[in-house]
Design a protein around this ligand. Structure first.
Ligand code: HEM
Ligand SMILES: *[C@@H]1O[C@H](CO)[C@@H](O)[C@H](O)[C@H]1NC(C)=O
Ligand SMILES: CC(=O)N[C@H]1CO[C@H](CO)[C@@H](O)[C@@H]1O
Length: 323
């Protein structure tokens, strides 16, 4: 005799086995992760990013930097999006995160995705896709990324200690990126993201006066460029200095700037100053296609840092709040 309750129970058990088999499978991330559950996911993110960048192209830089900060802290799990609460100061409120931009674009894409397919597309995947689409919009390489990241349940200000500070030298950068499994070449390629965007005076002003015991001004700056930086800083700590001559265009101009000793941050100029990385900078300055190729490979690798799968995370309903 089969009664309805037993049948329901059996179906439920099979259903749990099937879904948990998928959720805890060895490699939960796939290129076509949303093909059944939210086929328009990629398109919705791309259209949202394109529309936003058409009205403000400077936000491309914001989206790319957001993805980097997300992945370097606790893995690519959208922890960078969480707002602080009464009981928790989130990553967002670290001074290192000051000036992250583009949160509204992520919220906008999430709202549309929740209408199309509620509870399906993670904020972590949206951040990774949005960065990818921003790079392409700005003229950079096109690449595909696996999807299926889950959103994290932790976002703490303490974790931002793991971000590289702008005064690091090449050896320190190699060390820090090495801890995340990146080679020196991959670190240099990723630094090429500074082909987009700006730094504020507070991030480089220490290079302009009382630099060290023997130099007032960092000897690794071209003297005319030092004047440019000083002029920027005369407008205050928040005054913006573009990293290269084309702040909204993804190209290899950043590497040419380093060769001219016109790098904005210590961490930028050190890549040319150090013999361990100088050759890589020169190659990318000469060969943009090589930079694009290495960059997109390194970005895919970065987008997979410590991702959470299955029950290690959740799909947040609102990207700014843990469920
Ligand atoms: C190598 C170590 C790195 C250091 C020390 C570093 C540091 C910084 C600093 C200090 C700023 C300026 C912040 C401000 O003054 O407002 C900045 C901006 C930026 N960073 Fe990095 N960064 C590094 C690597 C990366 C990587 C790997 C990416 C992405 C793949 C990235 C993407 C960006 C972008 C796009 C901006 C411009 C943001 C905007 O204009 O809104 N950075 N970075
Ligand atoms: C980089 O900085 C570290 C720590 O300040 C220092 O020990 C090292 O000598 C520096 N390396 C170079 C090449 O300047
Ligand atoms: C965009 C953002 O949330 N920025 C925050 C970064 O951290 C400072 C505190 O250091 C906050 O005041 C900002 O709101």
């Amino acid at each position: 005799m089969i009664n309805v309750d037993n049948l329901f129970g059996a179906v439920l058990v099979v259903w749990i086995m099937v879904t948990s088999g998928i959720r805890f499978g060895a490699d939960g991330l796939r290129m076509d992760y949303y093909i059944m559950s939210c086929p328009l996911a990629e398109l919705i993110v791309k259209n949202t990013v394109n529309t936003a960048l058409q009205s403000d192209p400077t936000l491309a830089a914001g989206l790319v930097r957001m993805h980097f900060h997300d992945c370097f802290l606790e893995g690519c799990d959208a922890s960078v999006l969480v707002d602080s609460t009464k009981d928790n100061t989130a990553e967002k409120d670290s001074p290192a995160n000051l000036s992250l931009r583009g949160y509204e674009i992520i919220d906008d894409a999430k709202d549309q995705l929740e209408q199309q397919c509620p509870g399906v597309v993670s904020c972590a995947d949206i951040v990774a896709m949005a960065a990818r689409d921003a790079i392409f919009f700005a003229g950079g390489p096109v690449y595909d990324i696996p999807k299926g990241r889950k959103d994290g349940r932790r976002s703490k200000i303490e974790d931002t200690r793991n971000l590289p500070p702008p005064f690091f030298n090449s050896s320190q950068l190699i060390g820090m990126f090495g801890q995340h499994g990146f080679s020196a070449q991959e670190m240099v390629a990723l630094s090429g993201a500074h082909t987009l965007g700006v730094a504020r005076c507070s991030s480089f002003k220490s290079r302009l006066s009382n630099f060290d015991s023997t130099h007032d001004v960092d000897p690794n700056i071209d003297s005319n460029f030092a004047k440019t930086l000083s002029r920027t800083c005369s407008r205050g700590d928040n005054a913006e200095q573009p990293f290269d001559t084309s702040r909204n265009t993804f190209d290899n101009d950043y590497f040419n700037a380093l060769i001219r000793k016109a790098g904005v941050l210590t961490s930028d100029q050190t890549l040319y100053g150090s013999t361990r990385t100088r050759g890589i900078v020169s190659s990318y300055a000469l060969n943009q296609a090589m930079f694009f190729f290495d960059f997109q490979r390194a970005m895919i690798k970065m987008s997979l840092l410590d991702v959470k799968e299955g029950s290690q995370g959740e799909v947040r309903q609102n990207c700014r709040q843990i469920n």
